[in-house]
Design a protein around this ligand. Sequence first.
Ligand SMILES: [Ca+2]
Length: 272
Amino acid sequence: MTRYMGRLTILGILLVVFLTMNCDSNPAESEIILELVWQDEFEGPAGQLPDPAKWGYDIGTDWGNAQLEYDTDRPENVSLDGDGNLAITAREESYMGQSYTSARIVTRDKFEPTYGRIEARIKLPTGQGIWPAFWMLGNDIETVGWPQCGEIDIMEYRGQEPQIIHGSLHGPGYFGAEALTSRFYLENGRFDTDFHVFAVEWRAGEIRWYVDDIRYFTIYPSQVSGEWVFDHPFYIILNVAVGGYFVGPPNSTTVFPQTMLIDYVKVYREGN
Ligand SMILES: [Ca+2]
């Protein structure tokens, strides 16, 4: 309580200073106080699996999207790189009847936030048919099914379009091709040559999408054609798919292996 009051006092002083300095401008987005509540920096020795207290695995293939890879929990597909990143690596190899392997990690049953800023710093792979994503599913998926559970796609990307990322929202009556979606085009760069920060700021009645703190998409409940299903816990997913409806299959130009490097995942809640 003491720390809370101290923070309020400091906030009050900062707010007065801010208002004094910016009396003509609208409130800035940076006024929102964010408190870090969960993070993984992926520190540790190369080859180690990510922290089992934070991450589990979806093991299998297809996932309803005609994905071609078999997702595993092997270090060849998902492990720390020893430089503070998690590497999710798609490989061309024969495994469990599929021609590719990769990984899909989840915070299901371990960390399932409702609302907050969910962000990750990521360097993406590239190539025709490579489909990395940083996204969330409602934790009631087992009882109500998809898309009633809700899906928030913080970042999706087609490996054949290395300057474009997509943010989307799927729910009942607005899913698949009818999802609400927007894209961000990187003018002077590619998403596979540098790290970029992808985030949503998710609160009751609003979800905002960001790339490198540039807001490019906002959705309010009034904009969805069906029920708003984003006021309950969701879990976080990171994966690299090979093939599937969103990207099509790899071709002779696609180089394997392809790796998505994740420097960190952080979740903030809004303070008062
Ligand atoms: Ca890191």
